[in-house]
Design a protein around this ligand. Structure first.
Ligand code: ADP
Length: 311
């Protein structure tokens, strides 16, 4: 049995928009899976269907063996969803929000209380339990949505961009928490715009583009496709022409910024050794492009190269 099994799933919105053009996806029990893709690819639509917020047009979805067409309640009971938009009742108390959700899943009052305490403590919100949700910071609101999604202890947790707009420290503590609950047995699927996040957390990645799955593989295999990175180096002193470096492509963006193309696994120390030898000082270094966007571009190019027909 799979945690999630999607077959030939399609969605055409009322306005004729074909958001999903037949996707197949299987997620193993206990997996930590990234669902990636550019804006408008169909990720939110797919999550909406899995969580029964959006009606599908065709195909099937099973959650831990429960078909959403025939066993909707059983399927829903297996899922916890942390949506992209903050959808809390901001005038409600933090503790009540979590307990009320427990009530929706039929937990008795005592269990609702103890679970609420368990997850509010785990997400470092327990001392805010009597405050209105509106008084929480953005990062706290997201953590509250995670506590709410976990209160019925779902076997599958789905997070739609859980760390969007959350500062780096809180992001890392959320990662730590997600790793722990995954290690304890919860299957997790997340969408993100940060490749670093997917890379750090997920073992498996599925990439959607224009309503189709264009990649479904172990994370390590997908990352190997990112063979080349371009860095921008800010120079200590201006140059009039790019230095010729052995094994690296170089070009000048302007007199003080040098772009260097580096093949994966090529040693950055080697780059600096060569620059040093030429007396070229570097003040700072940054990635030219967003690696995730680069990955999408590469996959889309491959897809076109392989002649996948657009229908
Ligand atoms: P993603 O989450 O990957 O950004 P979405 O699932 O939100 O993608 O959107 C997929 C496609 O479906 C887009 O072209 C989007 O404009 C369209 N879409 C999403 N929701 C609706 C809707 N309610 N009505 C019509 N089109 C929609």
């Amino acid at each position: 049995m799979k945690a999630l099994s999607i077959n030939a799933l399609t969605k055409t919105y009322a306005n004729g928009n074909r958001a999903l053009k037949g996707i197949d996806l299987a997620v193993d029990v206990g997996d930590f899976c990234a669902l990636l893709g550019p804006n408008g690819a169909g990720k939110t639509t797919a999550i909406g269907i899995i969580t029964s917020l959006v009606n599908k047009s065709g195909g099937s979805v099973e959650i831990f063996g429960h078909d959403i067409d025939t066993e909707l309640e059983a399927a829903k009971a297996c899922i916890g969803l942390v949506p992209q938009e903050i959808n809390l009742n901001l005038w409600e108390k933090v503790g009540n929000i979590v307990e009320t959700q427990a009530g929706f899943y039929g937990l008795n009052r005592r269990l609702a209380r103890s679970r609420s305490e368990k997850y509010l403590r785990a997400l470092r919100l327990w001392d805010r339990r009597n405050d209105n949700a509106r008084s929480l910071s953005g990062g706290m609101k997201r953590r509250l949505m995670i506590a709410r999604a976990l209160v019925h202890e779902p076997r599958l947790l789905i997070l739609d961009e859980p760390t969007a707009g959350v500062d780096i420290e809180i992001r890392r503590s959320m990662w730590e928490f997600l790793r722990e609950i995954n290690a304890a047995g919860t299957t997790i699927i997340l969408t993100t715009h940060y490749l670093e996040e997917a890379e750090s957390l997920c073992r498996h990645v599925a990439i959607i583009d224009e309503g189709r799955i264009i990649e479904d593989a172990p994370m390590s295999a997908v990352l190997r496709k990112l063979q080349r990175e371009v860095f921008v180096l800010t120079l200590a002193r201006p140059l009039s022409e790019p230095p010729g470096l052995d094994g690296f492509d170089t070009s000048l963006r302007n007199a003080e910024e040098l772009e260097v193309g580096i093949e994966r696994d090529h040693d950055l120390n080697e780059l600096f050794a060569q620059l040093n030898a030429r007396g070229i000082g570097v003040i700072s270094l940054r990635n030219k492009s967003n690696r995730l966007e680069e990955l999408f571009m590469r996959l889309v190019e491959n897809k076109q190269g392989n002649g996948v027909a657009e229908t």
